[in-house]
Every structure is written in structure tokens, then in C-alpha cells.
Design a protein around this ligand. Structure first.
Ligand code: GTQ
Ligand code: FE2
Length: 369
């Protein structure tokens, strides 16, 4: 986070714990400025608030608007080396124009025209894709072609070569999520071009990673190696849908499993560790029955929600929006969230919770503050 020492804050006003204004104090403050120093006493309220005061604000983006602009970009903007991707980032209005949905999370709509390729590259930043509509694109991750279809959640862990190619005669748009803002703040970003051509242009229904890893509860004994990111390249909608459906059905039978009444939820997980799919990003799918309202909840760390299906209302702090298929909402740190389902409502969610939990900074509060 950037902290700005505004000249205004250096104009001392006196008051509790503050010095008396005067020429001597002004001279002292000019000395601070010359030596690139900022005293704590003028900044304490901003720097150490009683509870988080994020600069990011609650915001909603309409999918229909994003898609219209992505289509127009498809007419005007090429995809190739240099620009790398036709991806348009959600820029949180509280973050000064930076292409960051939250201080840690990147969210973008990416668009590929029919028969178009996005070049192979790799970067330290971790990435996923979530598909709200369409099919026909394969993302090739370290030589493994992975089909993208509606409802699928796909992983591109950091430092794997990846390129995308659209095999179909229709354009395709999807949601990208990355930890680009986090890497930006940490100075941890590395980037490299890959081979000129997407290495494997075949278009199998299932990736090799799924053939090896996507059998419930069964881990290949012969495979060892790095497990900090999930080895599953694609979590398919049929599995996610079934898991949510069964949670609600079990609730009808009086059995436990749902998050709360009328609200099923699953977390995409690393089958080796049981933990999150990526070191920096948590991803979940939620299903609310029509008429269900979630408990109001706030947590440290930020998240982005995307409506997968249905209609509802999302309230974040003192903002409230009706939401439809594809719409996206950001939830800044410690801002209360309530979701109401008008029809049955499926929602995808991703957050920076793994970062907060690793650093023991996580806190959750239920109920209206
Ligand atoms: O598809 O590889 O939205 O590297 C941002 C950076 C997508 C990608 C983004 C990326 C990609
Ligand atoms: Fe990338």
C-alpha cells in the first residue's frame, strides 16, 4: 500500500499528542521533507487504524458491459508478443487507476477471436481461469492442452509456460485471476517469453493432468515432485455442480454438509495437501437456493465474486447491487458482505485468504457490525 504524506498532514494543528504550530515546527517539517522522512505522529490515524480501512472500495462490474468492450477490443487490438494478452483488468476505483481489483488480486476479462493464438510465456505470478460462457479455447500449460468450457476452473501456477489458442469459429471470453498486484507490491515478478508456437496444438477433451490426478481420493503413487500448487489443471463443472447439488440434497435429508441453510459451498483444493490450489489465491463455488440470504460476514483480506448463474442482490458495506450472470463484485478487507438469492444463484469467488492465513493475519466476524 502506498502511504502519502500530504503537505496538509504536515501542517500541524496542535491537539492531543500533536505539537504546537509555529515557525520552528515548520522548519523542522521542512527538514523532514528534505531528508525524505515522515513522522509517525501526523500519520498514525491512517497507518494504524483500530480496524482495517482499505483503500479499495466495494464495486460492481456488469458482464454485459465488459463483454461489449472486450468484443470491441477484439476488432481493434491484436494479440501477440509485447502486449501478450487481450485482457482487460478490473481497476478498483479506490486504487488510483491501477489495474488492480483489490490490493492483492488481478481480475480481467480475456478475449480471443476465432482461430486466434495468445503467445507462450511464463511468469512468477500465479493464475487461474474461470469460464462463465463459451468453449473452444485450449490453454496449453507446460505442453499439456487443457480445454476450457463453461463452469470450468483452470490453473496456471507460477512459472509454467502457457499459451492459449482458440480452435473454434466463435470468439471466447473468460475471467482471469492472478496475484499480479501482490507480486507488484512485493517486487517478486519475473517474466519470460516461451517458444514461438503453442507446443501441442491437439485438442483433447481431458488434459494429461486430469487423466493422472482427477480421480476422487486417488493419488498416483508413482508421481513425486513439487506440490505447493495443485497438480490439477482443470476442475470440471460436472464435478463442481454435483458436489453443490449433493450438499443441498443431503441438507434436505437432514444431514450436515452445507455452509448454512440453503447455502452450499465448495473450495477448489490441492489433492496432495488438502489446502488451497495456489499459494496466494483461494477459489470457491457457492450455490444459494432461491430466497436464501447469507449471514453477513466480514474478513481480513479481499475477494472478488462472479455470478455464474441466476439473479440476486449483493450488499458490500453500504453499497448494494442487483447481479446477473457474469457480473463481478469486489469485497475489500473487513467490509461486510451479504448475498441474497432471488432465483437459485451460483457464484464463483476468489480471495487472497492463503496469504493472510500463512501470515496469521486472518480474522472473520459474523453478523451485522
Ligand atoms: O492469460 O497468461 O489477465 O499472463 C494477465 C496476465 C492473463 C495470461 C492476464 C497473463 C494472462
Ligand atoms: Fe500469463
Amino acid at each position: 500500500m502506498t502511504v502519502h504524506a500530504s503537505p496538509v498532514s504536515l501542517r500541524a494543528t496542535g491537539g492531543p499528542g500533536q505539537p504546537e504550530p509555529g515557525p520552528a515546527l515548520s522548519e523542522l517539517y521542512r527538514g523532514f521533507e528534505r531528508q525524505s522522512l515522515v513522522p509517525l505522529w501526523t500519520e498514525i490515524g491512517d497507518l494504524m487504524p483500530p480496524s482495517p480501512r482499505p483503500r479499495a472500495v466495494p464495486h460492481r462490474w456488469c458482464w454485459s458491459e465488459l463483454l461489449g468492450l472486450a468484443q470491441r477490443s477484439g476488432d481493434l487490438v491484436p494479440v501477440g508478443r509485447g502486449g501478450e494478452r487481450r485482457a482487460i483488468a478490473l481497476a478498483n476505483p479506490g486504487l488510483g487507476g491501477a489495474p488492480f481489483a483489490t490490493p492483492t488480486l488481478w481480475a480481467a476479462i480475456q478475449y480471443l477471436n476465432p482461430r486466434e493464438d495468445a503467445p507462450v510465456h511464463r511468469h512468477a505470478q500465479n493464475a487461474f481461469r474461470f469460464v462463465v460462457e463459451g468453449e473452444g479455447v485450449w490453454t496449453v500449460v507446460d505442453d499439456d492442452p487443457v480445454a476450457m468450457r463453461r463452469g470450468d476452473f483452470l490453473l496456471t501456477p507460477g512459472w509454467r509456460f502457457h499459451g492459449h489458442h482458440n480452435r473454434s469459429d466463435a470468439p471466447m471470453a473468460w475471467l482471469d485471476g492472478l496475484d499480479i498486484p501482490f507480486a507488484h507490491h512485493m517486487g517478486s515478478g519475473f517474466f519470460e517469453d516461451g517458444p514461438e508456437e503453442v507446443p501441442d496444438r491437439s485438442a483433447p477433451a481431458r488434459s494429461r493432468s486430469e487423466r493422472l490426478w482427477s480421480h476422487p481420493g486417488l493419488r498416483p503413487v508413482g508421481v513425486t515432485g513439487e506440490t505447493r500448487c495443485s497438480p490439477i489443471a482443470a476442475y470440471r463443472w460436472e464435478h463442481t455442480d454435483a458436489a453443490l447439488r449433493e450438499q443441498l440434497a443431503l441438507a434436505d435429508e437432514g444431514r450436515p454438509g452445507v455452509l448454512e441453510a440453503g447455502h452450499a459451498a465448495v473450495r477448489f483444493s490441492n489433492p496432495v495437501t488438502g489446502g488451497d490450489v495456489l499459494p496466494t489465491i483461494r477459489a470457491e463455488m457457492h450455490r444459494l437456493r432461491a430466497g436464501t440470504r447469507t449471514a453477513t460476514r466480514r474478513e481480513v483480506g479481499s475477494s472478488v465474486w462472479q455470478v455464474f448463474d441466476g439473479e440476486g442482490t449483493v450488499r458490500v458495506g453500504d453499497r448494494e447491487w442487483p447481479v446477473h450472470r457474469g457480473d463481478l463484485v469486489t469485497v475489500p478487507s473487513w467490509v461486510p458482505l451479504t448475498v441474497t438469492a432471488v432465483t437459485g444463484l451460483d457464484l464463483f469467488r476468489f480471495s487472497d485468504a492463503p496469504i493472510l492465513e500463512r501470515l496469521h493475519l486472518d480474522r472473520v466476524e459474523l453478523g451485522n457490525p
